[in-house]
Design a protein around this ligand. Sequence first.
Ligand SMILES: [Zn+2]
Length: 291
Amino acid sequence: MKFGDININENVKQALSDAIDSGRLPHTIILEGGSPQKRLSLARLIAKAALCKGEGEYPCGKCPSCVKSDSGSHPDIMEIVGGEAARSFHIDRIREIRRDAFILPNEATCKAYILVNAQSLTAEAQNSLLKIIEEPPKFVLFIFVCTSRSMLLQTVLSRSAVFNLGAAEQGGNLTPERLEQARELASGIAYAMCEPNEYELLKKTAAFEKDKELLSACLPELRLIFRDALIIRNGGEPVSCSPQAAEKLSKQFTCEKLLTLCENINILKDSINKNSNHNLLITRLCSKLRV
Ligand SMILES: [Zn+2]
C-alpha cells in the first residue's frame, strides 16, 4: 500500500499494507490518536485503496476509481461527520447508514463509510451500528475516525481493528524522569479538582505556562486517572499510577461528569495537535476541568 506523504508509524503502515495487499481488510477499522487531519487523510486513503481498480500497489492513483476518490466524488465512499461535543453523534444519522449499507455498491466492489468524530457517537447509535458490524454485508467497510477508542463501546471495539496514529507523538520520546514528573503533576491536578475553590488548580496548572511538553505528557496521565475513577465507581480495580487520586475523584464526581472529563481531555489533545495558542490552552484546560 502506498502512503504518500501521510506520516504514521511503521507498525501501522505494515499492518494496513498487509491487510490491503492480501485483500483481507477488516470490515471495521478504527483510527485513533494523531491529529484530526492525519486521521481523516488516512481514512480517505484506506477507502481509496480498498476501492482502487488499478494494478500494482494500492491505491494506484490513476484508475477512474482513484480519480473520483481524490476529487471526493466517488459514489461508494460516504463521509458522515458527527459533532465534536460529547454524545452529539445521534442514532438518526446511523439509521440512514444502516439502510444504505445493504444496497450494493454503485460501481466499485466495496463501499466505504467514514465516520468522522466517532468518539461523539451516543451509546444508542453505537448499539445500532453494532447490528451491522456483527454481520456486515461483504462489500461494506466502516472506518471510524476518533480522538480515542476509549469513548467507544467494548462490543464495538471487539469487532474492529484499531490503529493508533499518535503513539509515536505522545510520550514516545519522554525520559523516565519527565514521565514521572507528568504523572505527579496529573495526580496533583486530580486532587486540586476536588478542592472547593479554583486556587489549587490554578497553582498546579501554572507549571504548564513555560513547559509545553509537560502539558502534552500530562494530559494522557490525567485521562488515565479519570478513567480509573470511572472504573472505581463501577466496582473495578484502578490501573493507573495514581490510584488514591482516582479514588478521591470517584467519590466526588458522577460517572457522567467523569466521562465528560475524559472527553474534554481528548478535545484538548486535539487542540495541541492543531497547534492552538498555548496560553489559551491552559485557560481552556482549567475551565474544562471544572465540570
Ligand atoms: Zn486506482
